[in-house]
Design a protein around this ligand. Structure first.
Ligand SMILES: [Zn+2]
Length: 318
């Protein structure tokens, strides 16, 4: 199995320590319409993001998946530049976001087979004219129910995954719809262990988290530091429960950190406001505060190594 990165293909053995869900840059649809904002200065943004990726590199992280969907300001050349200058291997995705928070207009008017074709093109030929190939497909569902649009996007993603062999990585909300995602993906002939169900740490819900793992999917505890949805204490307790329940080999961790926001976050404010609300939400938070605390809680270094290195490797290899 070869994995597309912004700098060419690698094998699963080359991943090393991997964070599976971090954003180099992202912006909500229409961010550029708020023209009161200071203009986006690309060079400043690059140097800021390179700095935080270098700090992550110092903790031994070698690979980061940036699952930015095509409709949230995805800029794969920006991502490639961060990789080149920080020394961290970066993997981009094809795919789209939820109906409520994405840009569904164009894709709503395309046949499912056309969406599938677009995804396959972005995996096999590259994204736009960049030559940079997507390494996974992002799928996304909203809170509580899968809309017709989202279902169709999941079906297209599943067909493209089946045709190309690439893995699926998901966005979920409030610990819901993970089972719908597994249903759609497996009904399309892709096995559950080729899906990483994201944001399963959105609330205190061990039965939900364990039930996804029981079906064979990988379970993302990928929002450490983002304590607006759930506390890190709860996340760590739930992670410990997964290990105790025998699911250590199916969890992966990350922070969902957005290193560079395009525009404001609707209903929240600017990037500075976010930094005040969730001060621990940084690229090195797992290493500075979470892993040391997990060790105190009786999780072993070998458990952490498995979660950081072996699980991502197996996700792509098996
Ligand atoms: Zn994300």
């Amino acid at each position: 199995m070869q994995i597309n990165t912004t700098a060419g293909a690698i094998t699963p053995d080359q991943l090393g320590r991997t964070l599976v869900h971090e954003h180099v840059l992202a912006g909500y649809p229409g961010w550029f319409m708020d023209t009161r904002l200071p203009p986006f200065r690309r060079a400043d943004a690059v140097s800021r993001v390179v700095d935080s990726f270098q700090q992550l590199h110092a903790y031994g992280v070698r690979t980061v998946i940036d699952p930015c969907p095509a409709d949230l300001g995805r800029d794969v050349e920006f991502v490639a530049e961060i990789s080149q200058r920080s020394g961290i291997t970066l993997i981009c995705t094809t795919g789209v976001y939820t109906e409520a928070f994405g840009i569904p207009y164009t894709f709503r008017h395309l046949e499912t087979s056309a969406i599938e074709e677009i995804y396959i093109r972005e995996i096999e030929d590259g994204i736009g004219a960049t030559g940079i190939k997507a390494g996974l497909i992002k799928i996304a569902t909203g809170d509580g129910a899968v809309s017709e649009y989202e279902r169709r996007m999941l079906v297209a993603a599943t067909r493209a995954a089946r045709a190309t062999g690439v893995r699926l990585i998901s966005h979920t909300e409030n610990c819901s719809c993970g089972h719908d995602q597994i249903d759609i993906v497996t009904a399309g002939g892709v096995s559950a262990n080729h899906l990483l169900v994201g944001h399963c740490d959105g609330r205190d819900d061990h039965p939900y988290q364990a039930s996804l793992a029981a079906r064979g999917a990988y379970v993302g505890f990928d929002r450490f530091g983002l304590e607006v949805f759930n506390s890190d204490e709860t996340r760590m307790r739930n992670l410990r429960q997964m290990i105790d329940a025998g699911y250590r080999d199916q969890v992966m961790v990350s922070q969902d950190k957005v290193n560079c926001w395009l525009g404001r976050i609707p209903g929240v404010g600017s990037a500075d406001d976010i930094a005040r609300i969730v001060p621990n939400w940084t690229m090195t938070h797992l290493f500075e505060r979470i892993f040391p605390r997990l060790l105190e809680m009786g999780v072993s270094q070998s458990d952490i190594d498995t979660i950081l290195v072996e699980n991502p490797r197996r996700f792509f290899a098996d």
